[in-house]
Design a protein around this ligand. Structure first.
Ligand SMILES: *Cc1c(COP(=O)(O)O)cnc(C)c1O
Length: 401
């Protein structure tokens, strides 16, 4: 325990986890902006700015684009409870902890949820989805673009195709990908897409940016029964974040200020530049990991998530002890695995503000040192050297086309 009356002094951690990520100083400053009431004309006008920025990041024209007042899981909940009601059937692609959460939440609605599964570290086979939906009236197909629990990226276009064949809407969990991995809501025709503020957008936790198209608006307006959740019901929220600005609930004003700044930062950098930065740092980190004699958990390079690198824990090394030492000795936090991969993988986050060359090189140096203390010896500097080489190659490509 700390002293409850003592000054609040958290340790200065570098959070190389799958969220929350560290934030740019500009985002901290925005967070400290004095409050303005949520019905103040200045604030209700500023809400439109946030929506414009969110639409640019999601790459959509959807009117209903706003931050849900909840963490990423609240985004899943809003995306699932609004379209589903008794008599509906939905398919959820489950290949890890977070994509499965969509099924778990769906099972609390009156709809029937069909899980199509793949093991941790693998993508869900779109043909399995096709088979599971054959002869049924599927209303919704849901999946995680990036499955954070295993570091897997899925190709959205394959699932869009199947959802079209089934006549279903496509719901995409982009909590781990928005702002770090190519994603284009309108071009990829995603019906509902949501994210989390604390991950690749590097804003504080507590908001789930979401976007839904008119097809979804129509579905929720014509429901036979009210949405089971009062708080997440899209219909009254449309009156607040839609044109009228009618009070529904008090939004987290300070978080919205911070999100606005984080979105400005993302768009100043440019989405393409941002995706490229995440890709280069991912490649350098993986090159470093491999040079240390370790293996990425996801075998197929095309399925690796640029924002979370999962690493197999070598035999004889205690996963949790390595993590604890990185934290205590280097103020550096990485994550372990949970569920079936508990104790078996480390997960190194490279999200948003944290996805930087300096962090990759620091991590590899610290990791080498800590692994050595745990009896896993590697050639000195091998990881850093391989990463430096990877950056040089990426630079050469960038310079010479
Ligand atoms: C983190 C995460 C969530 C859950 O977000 P919370 O903010 O922890 O509620 C959901 N889906 C994915 C893919 C995530 O990475």
């Amino acid at each position: 325990m700390t002293d409850p009356m003592g000054e609040l002094l958290p340790p200065p951690r570098l959070m190389m986890t799958p969220g929350p990520s560290n934030m740019d100083a500009r985002v901290y400053r925005a967070l400290a902006t004095p409050l303005v009431g949520h019905m103040d004309p200045w604030f209700t006008a500023m809400m439109s700015d946030v929506q414009i920025l969110l639409r640019r990041v999601f790459q959509t024209e959807n009117r209903m684009t706003y931050p849900v007042s909840a963490s990423g899981s609240g985004g899943i909940e809003a995306a699932v409870v609004n379209p589903l009601e008794a008599g509906d059937e939905a398919i959820v692609c489950s290949n890890g902890w977070f994509s499965d959460r969509m099924a778990v939440i769906g099972e609390r609605t009156a709809a029937k949820i069909i899980r199509v599964e793949a093991p941790y570290g693998k993508t869900v086979d779109p043909d399995d989805v096709r088979r599971a939906g054959r002869g049924r009236k599927i209303k919704l197909v849901g999946l995680a673009h990036g499955e954070t629990s295993s570091g897997v990226l899925q190709n959205l276009d394959d699932y869009r195709k199947v959802a079209d064949e089934l006549g279903a809407i496509l719901v995409v969990d982009a909590v781990a990908t928005l702002g770090g991995v190519p994603l284009d809501v309108d071009r990829q025709r995603i019906d509902i897409c949501f994210s989390g503020s604390q991950k690749t957008l590097s804003a504080p936790p507590g908001m789930a940016p979401i976007t839904l198209n008119t097809r979804v608006e129509e579905i929720v307006k014509t429901r036979k029964t009210p949405v089971q959740s009062w708080y997440f019901d899209f219909v009254p929220i449309m009156s607040f974040w839609g044109s009228e600005r009618t009070y529904h609930h008090t939004p987290p004003i300070s978080l919205i200020f911070a999100l606005r700044e984080a979105l400005r930062l993302a768009l100043e950098e440019g989405l393409e530049a941002r995706w490229e930065r995440h890709r280069q740092n991912q490649h350098a980190l993986i090159a470093g990991i491999e040079a240390l004699g370790l293996q990425p958990f996801v075998k197929n390079p095309a399925d690796r998530l640029p924002t979370v690198v999962a690493v197999v824990v070598p035999a004889g090394v205690d996963e949790a002890k390595v993590r604890a030492q990185l934290r205590e000795e280097f103020n550096l936090e990485i994550a372990g695995g949970f569920g079936p991969v508990k104790g078996k993988i480390w997960r190194v986050g490279l999200m948003g503000y944290v996805s930087q060359k300096s962090n990759v090189l620091l991590f590899l140096a610290a990791f080498e040192k800590v692994l050595g203390d745990h009896g896993f010896r590697v050639p000195a500097g091998a990881g850093v050297g391989a990463a430096v080489h990877s950056y040089a190659e990426a630079g050469a490509v960038a310079t010479h086309g």
